[in-house]
Design a protein. Structure first.
Length: 323
């Protein structure tokens, strides 16, 4: 029986694989991603996996949530891994086949080879899940509003009334969703405390605080600010070969929503946040490009968010300048 199981999850189905001693894998494909499939998975695990086996899967939007919740409720050790980590491991593993079965095998191989890096997954509190759903819905509504507004500007008069009706409705939905987000945070002591600390940071308001709490979860669950920066895809990738050094880019392998949410706050903080402003000026004097400076400002803000929440104290510009 194996101590490591890889689970590759799609919207409607998932595949499982576990490594064998002979270098091959035991697999099962296309289990339905719903309760009946979860029951099949449990039966399979009882036959082929140890009771304390690591069950490892990628964080795939919301599609992994049902499987993870089910396995956790049954007492299994679940690990949910950032897809960027598996992608990086695949390059090291020199795999070339891109199929669901191959991905399940790859995840199982990662679990076995990197077992010291595995961390047990615990379901998020319900208020945080609700907040994430609301924040993402708000983003969808804002995109719809922008599209309809653009359409109104170039539309024929015969359809303008219809478009305006949609715009009015979407605006009402946005207002209600914003209220639901605020109420959800206000009604939860933990979310409210974290929100109140985050908004003391110059450059960050309630809108960005809601995105942070929704997309990042509890920042203190991470190993440190660098892990948060990596989650946001803002960690720099140095491009070097021998004596040649190419341009440095950010990885962009983390949360697009979080990275997008920090762009404007990063620009604002370069003017009004003393610690970020000092950093931006130093980088400008060193000849860094504007985009590099903005990315550095965003990283600095994430470091400050972590520091404020860890200390439990409001933002102190003097303390931030000292680091």
């Amino acid at each position: 029986m194996s101590a490591f199981v890889g689970i590759d999850i799609a919207k409607n189905s998932f595949d499982i694989a576990t490594p064998l001693d002979n270098g091959k894998f035991r697999t099962k494909a296309k289990l339905p991603n719903k309760p009946s499939g979860f029951q099949e998975l449990e039966a399979w695990l009882e036959k082929h996996a140890k009771p304390d086996a690591w069950l490892v899967m990628e964080a795939t939007s919301v599609y992994h949530q049902g499987v993870a919740d089910f396995l956790y409720s049954k007492g299994y050790r679940v690990c949910v891994v950032n897809p960027a980590i598996i992608h990086s491991f695949s390059k090291q593993d020199l795999r070339r086949v891109k199929t669901d079965k191959a991905d399940a095998k790859l995840i199982a191989t990662y679990a076995r080879d990197k077992q010291m890096d595995l961390r047990a997954w615990v379901p998020e509190p319900l208020p945080r899940r609700r907040l994430r759903a609301l924040v993402r819905r708000l983003g969808d509504l804002q995109e719809i509003l922008q599209m309809e507004t653009n359409r109104l500007e170039v539309s024929e008069s015969s359809v303008q009334k219809s478009i305006q009706s949609v715009i009015d409705h979407v605006k009402n939905e946005i207002a209600e969703t914003k209220k639901a987000i605020k109420d959800g945070i206000d009604d939860d002591p933990d979310l409210r405390q974290k929100r109140d600390l985050i908004v003391t940071i110059d450059g960050l308001g309630e809108t960005t605080a809601a995105v942070i709490l929704a997309e990042l979860g509890d920042p203190l669950d991470y190993r440190g600010p660098r892990a948060i920066v990596a989650f946001a895809g803002l960690n720099p990738l140095v491009n070097t070969s021998g004596n040649w050094t190419g341009p440095t880019h950010i990885s962009k392998t983390g949360s697009t929503r979080l990275r997008t949410a920090f762009y404007m706050p990063g620009i604002v903080a370069m003017r009004y946040n003393p610690a970020v402003k000092a950093l931006a000026e130093r980088l400008k004097d060193r000849g860094k490009a504007p985009k590099q400076i903005v990315c550095a400002a965003m990283r600095k803000l994430l470091h400050i968010v972590y520091g404020v929440l860890k200390s439990g104290k409001p933002f102190d510009p003097k303390l931030a300048l000292a680091h």
